[in-house]
Design a protein around this ligand. Structure first.
Ligand code: NAD
Length: 489
């Protein structure tokens, strides 16, 4: 299936608790980003519904065999789940594209297969947490064994609904935990489909539950629930702070927080292929219309390259046309909502008032079909205190600053709040490695930018970009207790 009719998609409309779709009360309007049309009314979980979901996960943890079954069998069920996800690509990709900013071609080529493969990646860890025997005195034996935590509460953002669900849920399940997930109220449906496929794959009912609703009500109740052992969250830094507070006041409970970013791209004058570099830089800020946590949003350019690079970026930006997410061929995404569009406009206008020079974009695309599409935008700024440099915009807005030497570039790259990712573009290996050492960032890409299928590399933030790591072994380990055992001999 390529393009599809957005009015003919059947929605898994409800919470998903203990292996079945549960209709709820309450009603939050859900809109399609491409045309702004309200296409569903979402049930909104209250404290009672959150209780029901956590109770289901708790029962599945203690009474199903999920935590106790041989780990390889747990892994096998997860691999079957991944196979079913791939087989369901038509429906899953359509659900994802209908309600989020992900164009259908990208949902089919990336989001769905990436999610399935991520589940397989974590399944492979299930039987690789054997613990160890410790060096102790000869009159006793000391061991360390790994055990699941219990019920993990997971809260996901709207920008990559399927793959963010995978990052949160797959490591928790592989370690033997059970999960209650709250997807974003803006993109609620593809996660329910994932949960239903998990049951079809033989993962016991109650192991993976989904509740719908708003952050301040359903999300907050989940974080504060006494039956939740840990909370894993991806979203904004501000919400991360609120969640950590809730977990501290009702625990303390451990948290994994994957938060915002304002990632720099350092481009040195010796890059061997400026066209290729421009292509990488453009993709890093226009992909998903810049609504990416690691968007390369702060371009730092060695001065001789400023004019030729800007020219190439202007050309690339001008070639991007907005399209409906359900049309095959669409490459440039809408912004998620009118609220987000107003936020982008406000920051761009404040940036210009503070002296930024507009080199491209700066307005919405005029369309007659609703939806908010913002032109890829370049702002040249002189100083780092400009709002467009300081604040996460979450739109296709690139700031550019020129530098004269390596030291100045590394100084400009440092952000006072964020440290999620960075890019370094140079032909000089020594300079690249010096930058890798100096940059405060959880991920540094050299002469490339963005994630491919590198699940083994952990992702997360320095500074206020987060606590803990998704992906990699670290994400799996963060879902385990390590119990010490001492046996008298
Ligand atoms: P958000 O913080 O507004 O919401 C994220 C989730 O938190 C949603 O499900 C929301 O309902 C829930 N929530 C809101 N208030 C809550 C509360 N008081 N208690 C519990 N839950 C609450 O973020 P967003 O707008 O959905 O996503 C965009 C943000 O996510 C950006 O800042 C982006 O950088 C970040 N992000 C980070 C990563 C990463 O890996 N670091 C990945 C993707 C997105």
């Amino acid at each position: 299936m390529a393009s599809f009719d957005p009015d003919r998609i059947s929605l898994p409309d409800g919470h998903y608790i203990h292996g079945r779709l549960v209709p709820g009360t309450g009603a939050l309007a859900v809109s399609r980003p491409s045309d702004g049309k309200v296409y569903a009314m979402l049930p909104a979980a209250d404290a009672g519904c959150v209780d029901e979901a956590v109770d289901s996960a708790r029962r599945a943890f203690t009474h199903s065999d999920w935590a106790r079954r041989p780990p390889r069998e747990r892994a096998r069920a997860m691999r079957r789940w991944a196979d079913l996800i791939e087989a369901d690509i038509d429906d899953l990709a359509a659900l994802e594209s209908l309600g989020s900013t992900r164009p259908i071609d990208q949902a089919r080529a990336w989001d769905v297969p990436y999610t399935a493969e991520g589940i397989r990646f974590f399944a492979e860890f299930a039987d690789k947490c054997g613990g160890e025997v410790a060096a102790t005195a000869s009159d006793h034996l000391g061991m360390q064994i790994a055990e699941p935590l219990g019920v993990v509460g997971a809260i996901a953002p709207w920008n990559f609904p399927l793959s963010m669900t995978c990052w949160k849920v797959a490591p928790a399940l592989a370690a033997g935990n059970t999960v209650v997930l709250k997807p974003s109220e803006l993109t609620p449906f593809s996660a329910v489909r994932l949960a239903a496929l998990a049951v079809e794959a033989g993962i016991p009912p109650g192991v993976f539950n989904v509740i719908q609703g708003s952050g301040p009500v359903a999300g907050e109740a989940l974080c504060r629930h006494p039956g939740v052992a840990k909370v894993t969250f991806t979203g904004s830094t501000e919400t991360g702070r609120t969640i950590m507070r809730a977990c501290a006041e009702t625990g303390p409970k451990p948290v994994t927080l994957e938060l915002g970013g304002k990632s720099p791209q350092l481009v040195f004058a010796d890059v061997p292929d400026l066209d290729r570099t421009a292509q990488t830089l453009a993709a890093a800020i226009t992909g998903n219309a810049g609504q990416v946590c690691v968007a390369g949003s702060r371009l730092l350019v060695e001065r001789p390259l400023l004019a030729p690079l800007v020219e190439r970026l202007q050309q690339r930006f001008a070639s991007l046309e907005p399209g409906l997410t359900w049309h095959s061929g669409t490459r440039f995404s809408p912004l998620i909502s009118a609220v987000q569009a107003e936020r982008v406009e406000t920051i761009v206008s404040r940036a210009r008032e503070a002296g930024a020079e507009l080199l491209a974009g700066g307005t919405r695309f005029e369309t007659d079909r609703g939806g908010c599409f913002y032109r890829p935008t370049i702002l040249q700024v002189e100083t780092s205190d400009n709002p467009a440099v300081r604040e996460e915009i979450f739109g296709p807005v690139l700031t550019i600053q020129a530098f004269d030497d390596e030291e100045e570039a590394l100084g400009l790259a440092e952000h006072e709040v964020y440290g999620l990712a960075a890019g370094v573009h140079t032909a000089d290996l020594g300079r690249a490695l010096r930058a890798v050492r100096r940059l405060s960032a959880g991920t540094v890409w050299v002469n490339r930018y963005g994630r491919s299928h590198d699940y083994i590399l952990p992702t997360g933030g320095y500074k206020r970009s987060g606590i803990g790591r998704d992906l990699g072994r670290a994400a799996f380990e963060a879902n385990l207790h390590h119990k010490s055992v001492l046996i008298d001999l």
